[in-house]
Design a protein around this ligand. Sequence first.
Ligand code: 13P
Length: 272
Amino acid sequence: MYVNTKEMLIRARKEHYIVIGAECWSLNSASALINAATELNMPLILMLWEGAPEPMAQPEMICDFVRYEAGKTHVPIALHLDHGHELETVCRAIHAGFSSVMLDASERPFEENVAITCEVVRMAHACSVTVEAELGHVGGMSGSCSENGDNTLTVPEEAAEFVRLTQVDSLAVSIGTVHGIYSGEPHIDIERLKRIYELVDVPLVLHGGSGTGIDLLRQTMQYGVSKLNVMTDLLKAASEAVSEGSFLPELDIYEALAECVKGYMLPLTKPL
Ligand code: 13P
């Protein structure tokens, strides 16, 4: 069942569980992830990042495919544009029929982030598409990063003001996770998250799920985190899966992807 991301996340926030936002990069990887969600009877958000070469060249095609595959299962499936940087890409995803979009202006000054997010909200809400924005900056986009990457932690009072001004549907916050591989132990600022949760009433999103550790992630569920983005661990699982002499390496890859996403869903997401 192809669904609206907002409803999925509101329910997750209310019932204190986390929906996994799993990055995919092809029709087959999308299919493997949907199959894993169906097997576990759990909702899932498929994500495509703006730079994903093959699918983002034709977002309409992958969106049609995901809608078709989602139509074959009873579990809620959404399709999300992750880390859009160009308004044009966001527009194209909205018109293609994505369930949700993110324009990442987290490295811009507060006022500029507010202004461009308002623009996205105006366009997306006119088409009933959900909007995620990021305030504070989750670092490590280049893959390698120091312990805290180039993180700028989210200021709780600013988060409340940002949501009030933009009317965004969900907010990605920076509380210590980083994109890519951690060089040291992850340090998650739960006190900061608690304060954001007290002040902000929309579902919260954590980027940089890979390598953070399930125990730490489970602590965030009670404080409004309703979506967790995962990419590096999926790519790692896929690349490690191809064993020498394998007859059909694609099958190994898709099985590994499914196992990897299930490793996040089982302890964090609630079955229907
Ligand atoms: P990881 O690659 O660290 O899992 O982060 C993914 C992410 O946050 C994509 O937006």
